[in-house]
Design a protein around this ligand. Structure first.
Ligand SMILES: [Zn+2]
Length: 260
């Protein structure tokens, strides 16, 4: 926690401190989680991620997007603009707008400084042990065991339901500004609900971090209903580039096997 050492209780964490902290955490996460190294996949992921991040109030951050090589459905954000999305999200997305909605939600957490606010509230010396292993099966693999307690620091913030709702709303707005159909978000939630009913274990980590009640679908649909229909119709639902990206993700060798 060098980045925020010396911070006194009640003081805010500056953007510079947040970025430094995020960079340190990202370095550790990247060393410990299986990150997809395919150049074409990473290029597409970063172009899409930047197109969403650059329409937010934090376009000035240097955003980074990584794909974690696991089939579990999950994604997470580190402070300062480091976004991780599991391979399983891309494989489950039927269309660009569904995949983009998960990135948009995680970008929303960073834009709203959710994890930074948590750290500020934790005050000084006691910062940093809210550790939730969002990537359960990967973390349990031993391959990434250390990822759970990256030197005892908080890497994965645990967000409240209000934070999740705010990130959803921010995500819908980002998608519209970036020219992507926000209906991908409730569509993705519905897909997850359907999958939870048929194969509950595959989504265990996602539902631990993102309590997904029908309310979230209703809230996002409600927000979308206030958007001018002519604008909505002009937004992109899918592209050939996304189809190519997903095909390339699906063609990767199987992810490292997790031992539960
Ligand atoms: Zn979230």
């Amino acid at each position: 926690m060098l980045a925020i050492a010396g911070m006194t209780a009640g003081c805010g964490i500056s953007q510079q401190q947040e970025v430094q902290l995020g960079a340190e955490q990202a370095q550790q996460v990247n060393a410990q989680l299986p990150i997809v190294q395919d150049v074409a996949i990473n290029r597409y992921l970063n172009i899409l991620g930047d197109s969403l991040a650059h329409v937010t109030s934090r376009a000035d951050l240097d955003w980074h997007f990584y794909m974690v090589n696991t089939n579990d459905f999950n994604a997470f954000a580190l402070p300062g603009g480091y976004i991780y999305i599991n391979r399983g999200v891309a494989e489950r997305s039927e269309t660009l707008d569904q995949f983009a909605s998960v990135l948009a939600h995680e970008i929303g957490h960073v834009v709203l400084r959710h994890s930074v606010k948590q750290m500020e509230q934790m005050q000084g010396a006691n910062i940093g042990v809210t550790v939730a292993c969002v990537l359960t099966s990967v973390c349990n693999s031993g391959l990434a065991q250390a990822g759970i307690n990256v030197a005892g620091q908080a890497v994965f913030a645990k967000f409240s339901r209000d934070d999740e709702a705010e990130a959803d709303a921010a995500g819908v707005d980002e998608m519209v500004r970036a020219g992507i159909n926000p209906n991908g978000m409730p569509a993705m939630f519905e897909k997850l609900l359907a999958e939870r009913q048929s194969r509950p274990s595959s989504l265990e980590t996602w539902f631990t971090d993102h309590p997904l009640e029908e309310q979230r679908i209703q809230n996002t649909r409600g927000r979308i209903s206030s958007i001018n229909p002519a604008i909505l119709r002009s937004l992109t639902t899918n592209t050939q580039a996304f189809n190519d990206f997903r095909a390339r993700v699906r063609s990767l060798p199987p992810p490292p096997v997790a031992t539960r």
